[in-house]
Write a protein that binds this ligand. Structure first.
Ligand SMILES: [Zn+2]
Length: 235
């Protein structure tokens, strides 16, 4: 387990050298917000951060329903029974075992690994909603209901698997031979590309993803990743 910090954002990384999985903690004046809970030990680590800072966790927010982003939630619930857990309305269906594609959605198969146990959640989120000053940004493509979070004070953008950094910055759906997993788990590559453009428009000072290290001043690399995904599309 490795912890890195940028301004008010902690990145907790599980298996940093093999298949890195990240969990994030945003430290606010009074409380902590947690983003993603892929493995149980993240919950223990969040508890330590809460004790060290003397701040309570207010929410756990999930970027999407893939197992490597939610499998630690049952343990988190045991350690933090009062913390409210949220996921997008669309991906909440995946957590309840409903994999049907909806009207108007691309009829591609939803890919990737999903949890095989019940994942508890308390509320669902939609685009532009604010949670403790953090904006919810719909960014579908990797899954139908993938969402990202924008923290305006330090211009942090936390995107789950909408981008990947492990093996080089890329839009979800772009094959990266050094770390191919997000590509194989992506539902709709066109939507993922549109979402990547939408996210880039935030001009974040920091990009944080589910797999790979945080990236400072990421705009240029995000633009390049978009161009790469586009050229692949037209070729
Ligand atoms: Zn994923």
């Amino acid at each position: 387990m490795k912890i890195s910090k940028y301004k008010n954002l902690y990145q907790i990384t599980y298996l940093p050298t093999m298949f890195p999985i990240n969990c994030f903690v945003i430290e606010q004046e009074q409380k902590l917000l947690v983003i993603d809970m892929g493995v149980r030990p993240f919950a223990d680590q969040v508890k330590k951060i809460s004790e060290q800072t003397g701040k309570k966790v207010s929410h756990l927010l999930l970027t999407h329903a893939h197992a490597d982003h939610v499998n630690g939630v049952p343990h988190f619930r045991q350690l933090f029974p009062d913390v409210s857990i949220g996921i997008s309305k669309r991906d909440s269906l995946l957590l309840t075992g409903d994999f049907e594609l909806k009207k108007g959605e691309s009829q591609k198969k939803i890919k990737g690994g999903f949890p095989n146990t019940q994942i508890p959640f308390d509320f669902t989120m939609e685009d532009k909603e604010q949670i403790e000053g953090i904006s919810v940004v719909e960014s579908p493509g990797h899954t139908p209901g993938s969402i990202s979070f924008y923290e305006p004070n330090h211009q942090l953008l936390i995107v789950g698997d909408a981008f990947q950094i492990r093996g080089g910055l890329a839009v979800s759906g772009t094959l990266n031979l050094l770390f191919p997993f997000p590509k194989f788990a992506t539902w709709d590559e066109d939507k993922a590309l549109n979402s990547a453009k939408r996210l880039t428009a935030f001009q974040p000072k920091l990009l944080a993803v589910g797999h790979g290290n945080m990236r400072q001043e990421p705009q240029q690399a995000m633009q390049q990743a978009i161009q790469k995904a586009e050229s692949r599309k037209s070729s």
